[in-house]
Design a protein around this ligand. Structure first.
Ligand code: NAD
Ligand code: IPM
Ligand code: MN
Length: 356
């Protein structure tokens, strides 16, 4: 197959992990005889420096014209002034809004070989296979922001349509899994949560009677994620709750660097990125874990490019390399040897070729 893929490395370790993801994509193309045309674009701090905007028009055109977009990460110490009119993170939010990718899907799957990398006991980690469906283009991130000398406010607002389409996505995804959805809200405090829960009850009764729906308050959910993570199947929640809960959930797997994501709309043209940021503390050292980005390539092949076998092959190669004991610093046991970002990427490519 032939496809146009927009590649936005961004800042910090974004460029490092994207380089490895592209090696893997290249290997998939060679093995399967596919033609992936990759076109690079600027986003975030790098785009502010080179083009004067965190989301330049050329990047918008590239993202809207591509079959899929692969992104590294944005942000960094150079652009941290919160009072500046433009910020790297603003570019990322504008990209998500422009693409209309309202559902951010973040799989959290533990690997026995990585139990050591998690602060939780192995018996808690066994069988953890969660799919978090995070609302991505609404809520407090996108509501009106106000600032005066003496106060500030961020509006959290959701429409019935925004909530319904996300819950429907979660219900549909649950049907391909264990048919359980946990809807996370703060119904005891927030009006948006009261609307959210009412719609969830109504929608699941009408359209997803075969899917078990539970409601969990977000504060308790943060606790349940650690006390009974294996009980969860699909978790569906609003933008900011999903952001926070997935960073927490990444430690079930062992590192932020392991988690991929797919941000989807109804047109199948997704945005694919690891859940982590630009990691200024380790940027430029060649030690970042590229697995989350490489697994995001797998999600891209599955969800936007119609290549589920190739996606599974990448996932198997990552699992095999982890099982072989290769570790980047973030997942290595203290005092043990860790490999570089490129060594990890190379090993995954080697496994992919050997298995083909
Ligand atoms: P971060 O995710 O960049 O890093 C948090 C911690 O996890 C750091 O200690 C980092 O070294 C580690 N880490 C993250 N990814 C890793 C990887 N692949 N391999 C090994 N270790 C990894 O979060 P932060 O430090 O809070 O934020 C840094 C910048 O990134 C900020 O500007 C923030 O806004 C931005 N950010 C961007 C995105 C994105 O582009 N999607 C996501 C989160 C944060
Ligand atoms: C993420 C990040 C972003 C978010 C930031 C950088 C805007 O934390 O992708 O999870 O909060 O969505
Ligand atoms: Mn985040």
């Amino acid at each position: 197959m032939a496809a146009l893929i927009g590649v936005l490395p961004g800042d910090g370790i974004g460029t490092e992990v994207i380089a490895e993801a592209l090696k893997v994509l290249d290997a998939v193309a060679t093995i399967g005889g596919h033609r992936f045309e990759t076109r690079h674009g600027l986003i975030g701090g790098a785009a502010m420096d080179a083009a004067g905007s965190s989301f330049p028009p050329a990047t918008r055109d590239l993202a809207l014209g591509a079959d899929a977009v692969l992104l590294g990460a944005v942000g960094g110490p150079k652009w941290t002034n919160p009072e500046a009119p433009d910020r790297p993170e603003k570019g990322l939010l504008e990209l998500r809004a422009a693409m209309g990718v309202y559902a951010n899907v973040r799989p959290v799957v533990t690997h026995p070989a990585l139990y050591d990398a998690s602060p939780l006991r192995p018996e808690r980690l066994r069988g953890v296979d969660i799919l978090v469906v995070r609302e991505l283009t609404g809520g407090i991130y996108f509501g009106e922001k106000r600032r005066t000398a003496d106060g500030a406010s961020d509006l959290c607002s959701y429409s019935r349509a925004e909530i319904t389409r996300l819950l429907r996505m979660a219900g549909t995804l649950a049907r391909g899994r264990r048919r359980k959805v946990a809807s996370i809200d703060k119904v005891n405090v927030l009006e948006t949560s009261r609307l959210w829960r009412a719609i969830a009850i109504e929608l699941f009764a009408r359209e997803f009677a075969d899917v078990a729906l539970e409601h969990v308050l977000v504060d308790a959910a943060a606790m349940h994620l650690l006390s009974r993570p294996a009980d969860f199947d699909v978790i569906v929640t609003e933008n900011m709750f999903g952001d926070i809960l997935t960073d927490e959930a990444s430690m079930l797997v062992g590192s932020m660097g392991m988690l991929p994501s797919a941000s989807l709309n109804d047109r199948g043209r997704g945005l694919y990125e690891p859940i982590h940021g630009s990691a200024p503390d380790i940027a430029g050292q060649g030690i970042a874990n590229p697995c989350g980005t490489i697994l995001s390539v797998a999600m891209m092949l599955r969800h936007s490019l119609g290549l589920p076998r190739e996606a599974a092959a990448i996932e198997a190669a990552v699992a095999a390399v982890i099982e072989s004991g290769l570790r980047t610093r973030d997942i290595a046991a203290p005092g043990t040897r860790a490999v570089s970002t490129t060594a990890m990427g190379d090993a995954i490519v080697t496994h992919l070729r050997a298995a083909a």
